[in-house]
Write a protein that binds this ligand. Structure first.
Ligand code: G6Q
Length: 556
């Protein structure tokens, strides 16, 4: 594969960046009053303003040329056609099939998978109906009103984020908890809050072998049996969301209570599948379907909108611009909506696990930087925490500011204040404040010349810092679905540009394997353990110290 940095398209982009190096973004706005219109697009209920990036028409054209040269359209076609684009795992990538309300058929290995998708959705609907109508009774005859989703990574972050985002849609009287960490405190804390007779545990695991999830599921099962539940009651209190029917059965979950998904659904793209059962139970099946429909609307936009008007594609290209040509080190996700508080951590996985790679799909080292560090917090909280670095730090950080124009729960003038901050921050990042402006302000405050000299440098903001603004009417299931799908496709497009396989995650393996080796070397409380000398001296030293603290007496 050719080194992307040596291609004429890449070099044209380097030229476009060099041409802009002496220009401040303020100047771009001053010279082009129509800049906002020229650098904003909309689709599927989302409005994207990317005018506050240091980009001009020439740079945009060069980015679009890069997309063409990388055959982004061909890659999109191949993904949507169900080709096995996840080559290292020999898998198709078809989360779009889970939400295709245009009723297209998708085929994997000659099989029409859409039929299975529809059948499973119907099963989810009727299960949700049974729960909501009180038809499924717990072991004491009570209606089930609480769900505990036990899963981790892709089997946790998506449904947890969506359930929180759709708080205004919660079915009255229902509670949903999410347990992911193998730290027993996580499960214990939740178990103190739930009534075993009214609780349904969803064991969410694509493989049904994940250490954390299986440990939590086993402990939840033991707890349930210790609280008066019998083996025969497990059927009413445990369901599985998985691709591994055999392991589900071995665990003792009734196949009737297993909701299936498939190898072609990547973990971090699985909230649209049976992994979303906790969403359907907490907000109702109808709202789960609205979420899928919103994602489908974005899929259709992504499928047909021309490159220059395509939200995920523009998000991807502007991201590549900032990362590779403006030297942005990190990308901040800044939702101005409290209910989107978990969006940053959800996107952290979606993006960093997908594009945090330094080899291309063929295994060759990549010359260009790939995925940035993703982090974030809801506005306005982040403003009182890490925005200092965004405004005046030595590293460039790009950002997505995300907000609904209307609040789901209007309260006094809260939303106007929230929106004012949503608008002011990217304006400040773009404009900055010159030394002259800082001095004028200080002079207006009647400071002496010495005081002004001392303070002025600290009051200077370089500005010229990039941000997208993503605006929508209200945080509904539809807009949420469209927003998540936009990011999914953005991540895919960036992977295509950089040449990485966005759908594998080999980088999570090594630590898992080492943890398996170490587990038998950790002393149970009070147990005597031989001194460990395998591993590097640091790891061995820490193991021996932990064992000593845990009451173990080192033997040998
Ligand atoms: C996501 C990853 C990973 C996965 C978890 C849980 O894309 O593959 O986060 O979702 O490791 O895996 P299981 O669902 O198999 O338990």
């Amino acid at each position: 594969m050719t080194d992307i940095t040596k291609t004429p398209e890449w070099q044209a982009l380097e030229g476009a960046a060099a041409a802009l190096s002496k220009t401040h973004m303020r100047g771009l706005f001053e010279h082009d009053p129509a800049r906002f219109d020229a650098f904003s697009i909309e689709g599927a209920g989302l409005f994207l303003d990317y005018s506050k990036n240091k980009i001009d028409a020439a740079a945009r054209n060069a980015l679009l040329a890069l997309a063409k040269a990388r055959d982004l359209e061909g890659a999109r076609r191949r993904m949507l056609a169900g080709e096995k684009i996840n080559t290292t795992e020999d898998r198709a990538v078809l989360h779009v099939a889970l939400r295709d309300f245009a009723m297209r058929d998708y085929h994997v290995d000659g099989e029409n998978v859409s039929l299975a998708v529809r059948r499973e959705l119907e099963r989810i609907e009727s299960f949700a109906d049974r729960i909501h109508s009180g038809g499924l009774k717990g072991f004491k005859g009570d209606a089930i009103d609480t769900v505990v989703n036990i899963g981790i990574g892709g089997s946790d972050l998506g449904p947890k984020m969506v359930v929180e985002a759709l708080r205004p849609y919660w079915v009255k009287g229902r509670r949903a908890y999410f347990v992911s960490n193998v730290d027993g405190q996580h499960l214990s804390d939740v178990l103190t809050e739930v009534d075993p007779a009214k609780t349904l545990f969803l064991v969410a695991s694509k493989t049904f072998t994940t250490q954390e999830t299986m440990t939590n599921a086993q402990s939840a099962r033991d707890w349930f049996l210790s609280q008066g539940g019998k083996e025969s009651d497990i059927a009413a209190h445990f369901a599985a969301l998985s691709t591994n029917a055999h392991a589900v059965e071995q665990f003792g979950i009734d196949p009737e209570n297993m909701f299936q998904f498939w190898g072609w659904v990547g973990g971090r793209f699985s909230l649209w599948s049976a992994i979303g059962l906790s969403i359907a139970l907490q907000v109702g099946f109808e709202n789960f379907e609205r979420l899928l429909k919103g994602a489908h609307a974005m899929d259709e936009h992504f499928r047909v909108a021309p490159l220059a008007e395509n939200i995920p594609i523009l998000m991807a290209l502007v991201g590549v611009w900032n990362r590779n040509f403006m030297d942005a080190r990190a990308h901040a996700i800044l939702p101005y909506d409290e209910h989107l508080s978990l969006l940053p951590s959800y996107l952290q996985q979606a993006d960093m696990e997908s594009n945090g790679k330094s080899r291309n799909a063929e295994g060759e080292a990549l010359a260009a930087r790939t995925g940035p560090i993703i982090f974030g917090e809801p506005g306005t909280n982040g403003q009182h925490a890490f925005y200092q670095l965004l405004h005046q730090g030595t590293d460039l950080v790009s950002a997505d500011f995300i907000a609904p124009a209307l609040s789901q729960s209007p309260l006094g003038d809260h939303h106007e204040k929230l929106l004012a901050n949503f608008l002011a921050q990217p304006e400040a990042l773009m404009r900055g404040k010159t030394e002259e402006e800082a001095r004028e302000e200080l002079a207006a405050d009647d400071l002496t010349k010495d005081e002004i000299d001392a303070l002025a440098p600290h009051k200077v903001f370089p500005g010229d810092r990039p941000a997208n603004s993503i605006l929508f009417e209200k945080l509904t299931p539809e807009t949420l679905g469209a927003l998540i799908a936009a990011y999914e496709h953005k991540i895919f497009c960036q992977g295509v540009i950089w040449g990485v396989n966005s759908f594998d995650q080999w980088g999570v393996e090594l630590g898992k394997v080492l943890a398996k080796d170490i587990l038998p070397e950790i002393a149970a409380l009070g147990e005597e353990m031989p001194q460990v000398s395998s591993h590097d001296p640091s790891t061995a030293g820490l193991i021996n110290r932990i064992n000593a603290i845990r009451g173990g007496k080192a033997t040998g």
